[in-house]
Design a protein. Sequence first.
Length: 107
Amino acid sequence: MMNGNATTGQQRMRCLSPEQAADPAATFTPEYGTTNSCKRVEFESTATYLSWHMQCSGQMEMDVVGNFAFDSPHHYSAKIVSRGTMGGRVVVNSQVAIEGEHVGDCK
């Protein structure tokens, strides 16, 4: 969903190194403090769950929450909700649902 409208689904392949696959918290958590003065305001990570919340300030204020459920070593589902405002007006309001699965070794 983007600003209240459904969008078409996309399929993307991503190759993870063994180190990235072994550390989902580092792999699926955005970097903080890089753009627009972003900071992490919440974080939780277990073997089967990852949740983070970041807020960014600057020209556009952003509030982004990600929740990942790792239900097996080869599958996860996630939801990322973003809300951005400029001058007090909402300019971005999106919800992304993600399904990820291991389909084979990287080539």
